[in-house]
Design a binder for this molecule. Structure first.
Ligand SMILES: Cc1ncc(COP(=O)(O)O)c(C=O)c1O
Length: 445
């Protein structure tokens, strides 16, 4: 198949990218430069990203889930421009503004649960996570928090304390916030108990109940926070009993059930929120990323009585008018353009292409996904499941050189997530898969 969308015109990286990277190495903090790719982006549209050297790449990572509606969607660009010309900043705590209020209104309508809700807006996913914990503590007057292995909740200190990946996230940053208790997530491909689903009888849920006898008094637990689909930790999709089981545990002990949908929300899995696949309704839901399709705004929406137990919440830029205008436009686009309905066909293509690749390519140890959120876990040996970390790096670098950007996940760096913008065309999607398949075959040897 001839490439129609990916266009590589220079060696990768091209000269302009190389020069800019040299400047970055001089002036940007090294901790900020964890991109594994040597290219510098210049512009993007839909599911195509162009670098400063004029090379075009098919996007299989959607700004790590922040560009589900594609890059520079014209209606969102227009809304942000119009808001910029009208009102840029007030500080909501000093003078309120309408876009914030409208986003809160809209999120109360579209988030799971028919109970009365309230919303607080922030700037980033991490900040919203932090505040969901503060709100839960204020409501329950309890200190402890339950979180999970492999979780990623952000890079601020409380969020880092909740993260369930040590390297590189937590190295050098302790001491961490106290009263955090971490339990195993239902990572069935690498079950922490060495069991298989469904014969395991959901030992991971039982283990939390045991933990209430051995580790933490549930009467002291304010909140349980979990990603319905673990993102950074390896795109882990729990079996059907896991999230309802967690919700039940929370209900039994008066623990606030928080779902972090920062990465899994806004259509990523084919439904507006991933938790809808499991039929659970969180007390608080944490959102960001594709809420505004890439502008910095985040939200905690939840039961009004819980949300309103908190005293002061906010900050200078929270619910920024331009980001909120973009969010309102993005939410309109979901409805007007029937994004979720149209994504179904692409979800089918993704599933069928990946299943075929699995049959042919020995490097793929596990394939997992729902809707338009998929991942492959690469292993050197299907029996021992030895992570193919180096091979994953090589696959992704080779994909880049052929015009496809996909990124890794997981504690071993051996998971490739396949999360293109939902607006990717079928042609672009198939072309991206052609590149990925060819590369995997080549690296598999
Ligand atoms: C599930 C989840 N929670 C929280 C965050 C942190 O969001 P931010 O990077 O905006 O602080 C992320 C970021 O990737 C995430 O995937």
């Amino acid at each position: 198949m001839k490439a129609k969308n990916a266009k590589i015109l220079t060696e990768i990286p091209g000269e302009k990218s190389r020069k800019l990277k040299e400047i970055a190495e001089r002036y940007v903090a090294s901790g900020s430069m964890y991109s594994m790719f040597p290219i510098i982006a210049a512009e993007a549209e839909g599911a195509i990203i162009k670098d400063v050297d004029g090379n075009s790449y098919i996007d299989f990572y959607a700004g790590v889930g922040a560009s589900n509606l594609g890059h520079c969607h014209p209606k969102i660009v227009e809304a942000a421009k119009a808001q910029t010309e009208k009102l840029i900043h007030t500080c909501f705590g000093a003078v309120m503004q309408e876009p914030f209020i409208r986003v809160a209104e809209k999120l109360s309508e579209i988030t799971p649960g028919k109970f009365p809700k309230a919303t607080a807006l922030f700037n980033s996913g991490s900040e919203a996570v932090e505040n969901s914990i503060k709100i839960s503590r204020a409501y329950t007057k309890r200190p402890a928090v339950i979180c999970f292995d492999y979780a990623f909740h952000g890079k601020t200190l409380l969020a880092t304390s909740l993260d369930g990946t040590v390297k590189p996230l937590k190295i050098g940053y302790g001491p961490f916030v106290p009263e955090i208790y971490r339990f195993p997530f239902a990572y069935c491909y690498r079950c922490p108990f060495g069991l298989s689903y469904p014969e395991c009888s959901m030992r991971c849920l039982e283990f939390i109940k045991l933990g209430f006898l051995t580790t933490v008094d549930p009467g002291q637990v304010a909140a349980l926070i979990v990603e319905p689909v673990i993102g950074e930790g390896g795109y882990l999709f729990p079996p059907k009993e896991f999230l309802p089981g967690l919700q039940e545990i929370c209900q039994e002990h008066g623990i606030v059930f928080i779902l972090d949908e920062v990465q899994s929300g806004f259509g990523r899995t084919g439904k507006m929120f991933a938790c809808e696949h499991w039929g659970v309704e969180p007390d608080l839901i944490v959102m960001s990323k594709s809420l505004s399709n890439g502008f910095p705004v985040s939200a905690v929406t939840g039961r009004k009585e819980i949300m309103n137990a908190a005293g002061l919440l906010g900050g200078t830029f929270v619910g920024h008018p331009v980001a909120c205008a973009a969010a309102l436009a993005a939410l309109d686009v979901f409805e007007e353009e029937k994004i979720l309905q149209k994504a179904q066909k692409k979800a089918e293509i993704m599933k069928s292409r990946l299943e075929k690749m699995c049959e042919r390519i020995p490097l793929i140890g596990d394939l997992r996904g729902i809707g338009t959120a998929w991942a492959i876990e690469l292993v050197r040996d299907k029996k021992t499941k030895e992570p193919a970390t180096e091979e994953t790096k090589r696959v992704l670098n080779e994909c880049l050189k052929n015009g496809l950007i996909a990124i890794k996940a997981g504690v071993y760096g051996n998971v490739i997530r396949i999360i293109p913008p939902l607006v990717i065309t079928e042609e672009q999607l198939n072309e991206g898969f052609d590149i990925l398949e060819k590369t995997l075959i080549k690296i598999s040897g």
